[in-house]
Design a protein around this ligand. Structure first.
Ligand SMILES: *Cc1c(COP(=O)(O)O)cnc(C)c1O
Length: 401
């Protein structure tokens, strides 16, 4: 598994990225060069248990053999097929996607990222309803393109780019009465996550989500569910919608869909109606390479019962983390293998220390440690994660100055 690139000196790699990269991303001083299952290795040969999982992309594990085979075979056959033509891989993936999706979602638009999926869903909602307003949730995250950003809560992301798309407003999450006041005859759509990810790993309440859905039906608005982070087994079901029997009109997915390759999709329900030809599109969307990867990924998730695994191992991880006797922990919460530990202090120094002990995790806002491991993580690996989190948060850690 060696090659010349990987032998490049650790510091040289960091130097090149610092000099020639965009500078947009705060980074840990770790150079990742290889992965397998729930483990990754850095340029110095150090091994880590990966609870970042590519921000919830690596559900089927790094270097998944089924994905490798599908991608390799497809790369040798056909990589791009313009959307003006039909394609075998695309056809099979579309059929598989709607088969695993919540009932009623019988069509899909294929794209290349989460933000693009959200962007498309917002456009489809305006088209279908001929209305303009969109209601989103405080602490919600839907992506960085101007449309998706308009539905994203955080000021730090929004302010430098204003004015954003007009017609967007925000209400508190999990407060049905506030949504009742907000949705009216001008509302095209409500967009929500089932578990707010970036906002701090905040699970939605079932009554609330079903209530919002009913409200949308009643007032002629569309219900858009953003499953970009929660989709494909992460929360213990194929889609988090299934926990509460939700039937969204539009469902956005991306991240884990294609085993690590860039892909996104919007699943489309009957209330959207026909979409006029040419009103939207994407050059790379639905390319056969990503479709082959996605098909292999979805089949693997089903064959290996990864949603059930996520439920079981998620319960184990949450129980383990909850049992850590630390005065620094405010709350442990989550759904399946989407788990957050809210601290009373900033999470970053503890995440850095955790990385030093060989466990990678990410933040969700300033004070939440977020765990999104591959769903193929083993029980032993989950236990090691808990043990090492305990080491950094426990009474011997010294705390933050
Ligand atoms: C990551 C994420 C997005 C944006 O996805 P990108 O592929 O980064 O554009 C949108 N919505 C949710 C809920 C996400 O977690």
């Amino acid at each position: 598994m060696e090659n010349g690139e990987w032998r490049m000196e650790n510091d040289e790699i960091i130097g090149l990225e610092e000099r020639h990269g965009s500078g947009l991303y705060p980074r840990q001083p770790i150079v990742l060069v290889r992965g397998e299952g729930a483990r990754v290795w850095d340029a110095k040969g150090r091994e880590y248990i990966d609870c970042v999982g590519g921000h919830g992309v690596a559900n089927v594990g790094h270097a998944n053999p089924a994905v490798i085979q599908a991608v390799t075979e497809q790369a040798e056959r056909l990589v791009i097929c313009p959307n003006g033509f039909y394609n075998d891989r695309r056809a099979r993936l579309l059929a598989e996607l709607v088969r695993v999706a919540p009932p009623g979602l019988e069509r899909a638009f294929l794209c290349n990222s989460g933000a693009e999926a959200v962007e498309a869903a917002l456009k489809f909602a305006r088209l279908a309803t001929r209305r303009k307003k969109v209601i989103a949730a405080m602490r919600g995250f839907h992506g960085r393109t101007l449309g998706a950003l308009s539905a994203t809560w955080r000021k730090q992301y929004r302010r430098p780019f204003e004015p954003l798309v007009p017609g967007f407003s925000f209400v508190p999450y999990n407060r049905l009465e506030r949504m009742e006041q907000a949705v009216d005859e001008k509302t095209a759509a409500v967009i929500l996550e089932v578990v707010q990810g970036e906002g701090g790993v905040i699970p939605g309440d079932g009554e609330y989500l079903r209530g919002v859905q009913a409200l949308c039906r009643e007032r002629g608005a569309l219900f858009i569910v953003d499953e970009v982070q929660t989709g494909f087994g992460r929360t213990g079901r194929m889609f988090a919608c299934e926990h509460y029997d939700l039937r969204p009109d539009l469902m956005c997915v991306a991240k884990a869909i294609a085993g690590g390759l860039p892909m996104g999709a919007v699943l489309i329900g009957p209330r959207v109606g026909d979409l006029p030809k040419k009103v939207h599109g994407s050059t790379f969307g639905g390319n056969p390479l990503a479709c082959a990867a996605a098909l292999a990924t979805i089949r693997y998730i089903k064959a290996e019962h990864l949603p059930r695994r996520a439920a079981e191992l998620g319960a184990r991880l949450q129980a383990g983390l909850s049992a850590i006797p630390s005065p620094l922990v405010r709350e442990v919460r989550g759904l399946g293998l989407m788990v957050g530990v809210e601290l009373k202090v900033k999470a970053a120094p503890y995440l850095a220390r955790l990385a030093g002990l060989g466990v990678l995790a990410l933040s969700a806002g300033a004070t939440v440690m977020r765990f999104l491991p591959p769903l193929v993580i083993s029980e032993e690996e989950v236990d090691i994660v808990v043990e090492r989190v305990e080491t950094v948060l426990g009474r011997h850690s010294g705390g933050e100055r």
